[in-house]
Each structure stands twice: as structure tokens, then as C-alpha cells.
Design a binder for this molecule. Structure first.
Ligand code: ZN
Length: 479
């Protein structure tokens, strides 16, 4: 039984998909005018875990992600310039070149983090007719209106506006009054743009298409509503994004989709929390705006970031520091070493396994319960660690379970099960001698000396573990 937290009702709900065996999942994608920052990447890790858990539960998942390559203004509330055009100016390139470059960069980032690339990636510019159709439908229903510069959604025509954010329409109107309104013909300050005309500040907008309201381009919110419906129908099962999408982007998606077609857009709305950097908000101006390239530049493997992200529940804020990332790197390396050690022991023992007297099944059940309890990855990871440390479970059983767990966690754990035959045979004499000496120290309780030798053995590229049968040496897993 899978339970998920639905932002719409602010509570955990038992997940019941519309169809028995398949799930429609829409995840808001990147605006491809710059590199994704690690806060964005955290959200994509959460969505990847969601997809993996659904699959582990036996569902086929139809996952759609949009790629925003037009219409996302520098302020989500429709102010400022188009981010793509801003990026093009900054780099003296065309909008298409910018979109192509940063789409590739995004895909390479998510691959490095073992995030499955969604089968359906939908650039907004390739779905203009769907977006125009949605705006036309809203005009027909009398909930949208045209001014000399744009087509807007009239928020007063949708009673439940702001429900997702827990904000009443009245509050939203009061808040929006403080925002800059550049179009005096807007009926309400909170009304949002569905279509921008190629006039005024957008007279030279590079990307534009014909529409019943003249040449122009769609607003950002329209693309997700239109693309979601195009591929998944309406309603579909799950819509996700970051918590920063709740107040405006997703609120607007819900309003326009439901007002146009009379049924909700999605049934479950899920949101990943913020990643803080050194307890503050990530900002270019503060110099703490990190990308995956910054992590790699410090020699830290990308999967250490995934490990760090999984160590916190997706609905709690995660405070990123370089120390915490280094700790995650060590944690992951220790995990690889332990698994490598087990695989090594299995080979050494040649089938003589003293385990099998403790049942592994409860650990599998606990793990499944954790991930199905609103994707509790920190709990799932600690259950895996516990399993590794239990004496009496046979090694093959442990390794089989670890492989299963990793289908959800995606930490490449199976790679550390592979043994390199040449390394197995040739443990240098020096290392074996050190290990023997260490064993003697340990038996005579001279732990400081024993630890110093363990360190020395580590420097030579091996780990030494104590088993009931004596010590066991194993080459360090090279990642
Ligand atoms: Zn979206």
C-alpha cells in the first residue's frame, strides 16, 4: 500500500491510480537558459525515487517532462523578460542554440545522478497548437480576456483559485496588488498571462507563432497544462514539482485546466522541499549558487549528492554544506566497501556460508514499508545499513536484497559487487603480513596499534574486516 502526501489536501493519502496497472506522472521540467542548480537537482532526484517506487510496486509509469524553451519570464508572476531570450543575449547565441545547449547539459546532469531520463520529454515550442487550443477554450468559457498586449486568465472566475497554496482569492488579490502591473488593462492584479502578443516590450521577441490573438507566444503556465493533457489525458494521476511551484505556477495550472475542461488536471500534487545552502537561500548574488559541475570540480562523484539527497525526506528542507557532501561521499564509499567486502567473502568462502540462520525477509518488508510510506528514503537507507551489519543472514541473500533495494535507491550498489579477478589473486605479501600483525595486536587488545595498521593497509588499497573465522582482506572498491 503506497501512501503519498498530497499538497492539495495537505495530508497523506492512499495512492489509488485511475487505471489499475499504470500511472500517469507529470513532472515540471527545466527552463533551459542556464545550468540546473543543485536545488533543482534535488527535486529531480525526488521525482526519480517516486517513479522507481511506483515501478517497484508493479505499475507501468508513463512519465512526461516538459522542457521550457519559451515563455518563462524572469518573474513567475509574468513580469520581466523571457528567460530564454535573456540567456541568448548573455551568450550572444540564438534562442534555439541556448535551448539545445542547456537541454543537453540538463540531461547529462541527471544521467550522472542516475535519474532516469523521462521517456517523454516535451519542449514547449513543439506543442504550440495544444496551448493555443487551451487558451481558445478559456476564451470560449468566458474566463479569459484579451487586452492590447496579452490574453489573461480572470482569477475571479475560478472560485477555488489558490486552494493548492492554502491561499484565499481575497488574500491573493491583496498580495498581488503590491506587484508591478505593466498592463493597465488587466482586470485584476493576480490575473496571469496565457498568451503574450508580439507588441510593446515583446515587439522583437524572437520566437512567435500565429494565434487568434495575433502573433505571439504562450505564457509559461499554459505549457504544462497543455502538454500534461496531450500525453496523459485529463485528469491524470500525479503532478510534481518543487515547493516554489505551489503558489503561482501550479495554482495557475490547476485554475486554467479545470476552468477549461471542467475536470481537475491531476489528482495528486507532490512537491519537493527547498535545498538550503549554508542555511540560506541559494542565490547567484550570494555566491552560493552551485551546479553539479561545482561538485565534480571538487573531485566529489555526483552520486554522493544523490546519497546526500536520499538521506533527507523529500518534504523536509535539506541544508547543503560542503562538509555534509563530503560526509555523504564517505558514507557512500563505506557502503561500496561493505558490499564489496561481502562479495569478496562469498568468493573466499567458496560456498561455505555460516549465514542463513537469520531470516532476511523482515528487512525486505521494512524497506518496502519505508519507501511506500511517502518515499521515506532516510528510513530505507538505514534499514539497508542494518541489514548489512546483521550476522547470520547468508551473504547471497544479503546481496540479492541489496540489488533489489538499489533498484529504488539508484546508487550503483551492484557495481561494487563486481570483483576484478586479477586483484583477487594478488594481494601483496606486505599487505597480508600487515593484516596478520594487526590480528595479533587485536587479540592482545592493543587497539591503537591495530588501528594504525588498518590505516596503513587502507593506504595500500585494501580493507581488512574481522569475521568469526579471522580477518578478511579485500581490495578497496574503486569507483
Ligand atoms: Zn510546470
Amino acid at each position: 500500500m503506497l501512501r503519498l502526501y498530497n499538497t492539495l489536501g495537505r495530508k497523506l493519502e492512499i495512492f489509488k491510480p485511475l487505471k489499475k496497472t499504470s500511472v500517469g506522472l507529470y513532472t515540471c521540467g527545466p527552463t533551459v537558459y542556464n545550468y540546473a542548480h543543485i536545488g533543482n537537482l534535488r527535486t529531480y532526484v525526488f521525482e526519480d525515487i517516486l517513479e522507481r517506487v511506483l515501478k517497484a510496486d508493479g505499475y507501468r509509469v508513463k512519465r512526461v517532462m516538459n522542457i521550457t524553451d519559451v515563455g518563462h519570464l524572469t518573474s513567475d508572476a509574468d513580469e520581466g523578460e523571457d528567460k530564454l531570450e535573456k540567456g541568448a543575449k548573455r551568450e550572444n547565441k540564438s534562442v534555439l542554440e541556448i535551448a539545445k545547449f542547456y537541454t543537453e547539459a540538463f540531461l547529462s546532469d541527471i544521467r550522472a545522478l542516475n535519474i532516469a531520463v523521462p521517456k517523454i520529454l516535451a519542449p514547449a515550442t513543439q506543442f504550440i497548437p495544444d496551448q493555443v487550443a487551451l487558451v481558445e477554450q478559456l476564451m470560449k468559457k468566458g474566463v479569459a480576456y484579451e487586452t492590447s498586449t496579452a490574453v489573461y486568465f480572470d482569477v475571479t472566475k475560478f472560485k477555488a483559485y489558490g486552494k493548492l497554496a492554502g491561499q484565499s482569492l481575497k488574500d491573493k488579490m491583496t498580495a498581488a496588488r503590491k506587484e508591478v502591473v505593466t498592463d493597465p488593462a488587466k482586470r485584476n492584479p493576480a490575473d496571469f498571462a496565457l498568451w503574450f502578443k508580439r507588441v510593446g516590450k515583446f515587439a522583437n521577441h524572437m520566437l512567435h507563432w500565429p494565434s487568434p490573438w495575433g502573433e505571439g507566444f504562450p505564457g509559461w503556465h499554459v505549457e504544462c497544462s497543455a502538454i500534461g493533457k496531450h500525453f496523459l489525458g485529463q485528469p491524470f494521476d500525479i503532478h510534481t514539482g518543487g515547493v516554489d511551484h505551489i503558489g503561482t505556477h501550479h495554482t495557475n495550472e490547476i485554475a486554467q485546466s479545470q476552468a477549461a475542461y471542467g475536470v481537475p488536471l491531476a489528482r495528486y500534487w507532490m512537491h519537493g522541499e527547498f535545498l538550503l545552502v549554508e542555511r540560506g537561500k541559494m542565490a547567484k548574488s550570494a555566491g552560493n549558487f552551485y551546479t553539479l559541475a561545482d561538485i565534480k570540480a571538487r573531485g566529489i562523484p555526483p552520486l554522493a549528492f544523490r546519497y546526500l539527497a536520499l538521506g533527507a525526506h523529500y518534504r523536509s528542507r535539506l541544508n547543503f554544506t560542503w562538509e555534509s557532501l563530503e560526509a555523504a561521499q564517505n558514507g557512500l564509499q563505506n557502503l561500496y566497501n561493505k558490499i564489496h567486502q561481502l562479495s569478496w567473502d562469498l568468493k573466499e568462502l567458496r560456498g561455505i556460508d555460516l549465514g542463513g540462520i537469520v531470516n532476511a525477509k523482515p528487512y525486505e518488508n521494512l524497506f518496502n514499508r519505508a519507501i511506500n510510506n511517502d518515499l521515506n528514503t532516510p528510513m530505507a537507507m538505514s534499514i539497508m545499513q542494518t541489514l548489512l551489519g546483521v550476522n547470520g543472514i547468508s551473504i547471497p541473500e544479503k546481496l540479492t536484497l541489496i540489488k533489489k533495494f538499489d533498484r529504488v535507491l539508484g546508487l550503483d550498489l551492484d557495481k561494487s559487487m563486481k570483483l576484478v579477478p586479477s586483484k583477487i589473486k594478488k594481494i601483496p605479501k606486505e599487505v597480508r603480513e600487515l593484516a596478520k600483525k594487526r590480528e595479533e595486536y587485536r587479540r592482545s587488545k592493543q587497539f591503537m596499534q591495530a588501528d594504525a595498521l588498518r590505516k596503513r593497509i587502507g593506504e595500500l588499497g585494501y580493507t581488512v574486516e574481522d569475521t568469526p573465522q579471522g580477518f578478511s582482506l579485500c581490495p578497496l572498491h574503486q569507483k
